[in-house]
Design a protein around this ligand. Sequence first.
Ligand code: F6R
Length: 586
Amino acid sequence: MCSIIGYLGANQAAPILVRGLKRMEYRGYDSVGVATFSENQISVRKGVGKVAEVNSAAQLDALSGTVGIGHTRWATHGVVTESNAHPHPSSSGELAIVHNGIIDNYADLKKDLQQKGYVFKSETDSEAIANLLQYNFDQTKEIKKSMVSTVDQLKGNYAFVAVFEDGTLAAARLHEPLIIGVGKGGYFISSDVLGFIEHTDEVIYQDNREFVIINSTGIQIFDFEGNPVQHQITKVSKELADAYKGDYAHFTLKEISEQPITILKAGDNTKLELDLITEFVKHAKNLYITGSGTSYNAALVAKHLFSKYAKIKIEPLISSEVQYSPNYFDHQSILIAVSQSGESADVLEAVDIAKKDGAKIVSIVNIMTSSLVQRSSISVGLNCGPEIGVAATKSFTSQLAILYKIADKLCGGCMGLDFNKVSESIYKILSDHSKIQSIAKKLKDISDIYVLGRGIHFPVALEASLKLKEITYIHAEGLPGGELKHGPLALMDSNVYVIIINPNDSTYTDTLASAHEIKARGAKILGISDRPNEVYDYWIEIPTISEALFPLIEIIPIQLLAYYSAIEKDTDPDYPRNLAKSVTVK
Ligand code: F6R
């Protein structure tokens, strides 16, 4: 997703902006650019590709000036080209902007501004902000007034930062993140704390419908009507600064490897919150759980846990679908929202619909400063540290761990949770990658993988197939074992690989029968199990653990398999094509 950074201070801006953009690379992007103000003019350099590539081709960090803005773009309006990359100067070049989000009324604004003589050079919606702000500045000759008029006329979701020709920065936010960093050497403004954490851990969380003006005399924050607002400076966790790969080849591998620890940290020090959530859930008339992608798969696991162990019915909702099925929620409803980032637009929208209808929101989230936390009555933190790899790995098992804790509280401790045992089991799986690496070589040239599981293992099969398709680009599909004969069996032949999630539990015999049916059609079988069987062409052993806990460990070898298959295919597991870490647009 687009990332924004701005800087005004005592140091050269461009190197700070480029480093900040590099630290936010994990959010996903296709092009990059920087603009600085120096000697009464604004200079822009930009290009298509990774920050390092564009920087070495266009010398972004050589721009001079102590004020500037930077951006990585994830295309929404307009193809991936240099002219569509940000920053976008206004037609006179007296200001330039960077933008994250979508301007719904850009076509009308563009037409109107073109009629007034403002020239557009890109296909983006964002350029409408630059020319609208310029138009309002031309009318008022005042930055504050021009910001008030501009935010009044823009429709959509946005965070934008503008640099003006007098060296002032101005930035506004509406439903997109924007955080101000207050450092000794200057001010920062960014979509993500990671953009400036190496310079300062003192931040101001700008609220929705607010804009900020930063110049050499200081910083002023206003609401969209232009009334001054005050904010406290707060400190963020220095742990965020930890977002380096260390000795690992990729963030994805580092994050997979952290799971024996992160599983133990999930929901740390949240006994009070977990007790409260348990009470809420017990008394809810209607109980829902929502998320997108991996977080939704965690929600599907929760459905099994709650019904099997706590005898409570919880309905999982795909966040992006909630808007099409209104009337789910009322004052007696609880919605549990699961999200790593806490910024997924689809999740926030589902939450807003539920809140409007009176539901109480409980969230399970990694980024405790996120928009989701602000919208929730109670939040429990995953505590797994920054997850940089675009594909969710450690956040999935941490989400599960918290959902397990809630289910266990609901049934009065009936699940006998032993997270130390889970942690040891994950260590064991991670202690030898060689077998998985050699299987990954076989997957290199295949075009279809199916992942099969029954009962609680079916959502894990869905999550496994999501990992495989995201980072290997191999078509992968999760299937409930029993559905095979209702259609998918037609696809089984010798070109197909099927991963069977088959721990030795109550689903074992039925799943084994499915494996035989597949084998009879010539497909290759890869069994993930604590019990060997001759039907498996390849067997990846997982430790035996109590039945409830298998989902927490059986996903690990498949995460590794997806990672090593990506390496075999020479794709970048950390930054899969077309995907973004934090999907802040609908
Ligand atoms: C999958 C993945 C995505 C996210 C989804 C929701 O590996 O990373 O499917 O799970 O975009 O993101 P969050 O959890 O941040 O709301």
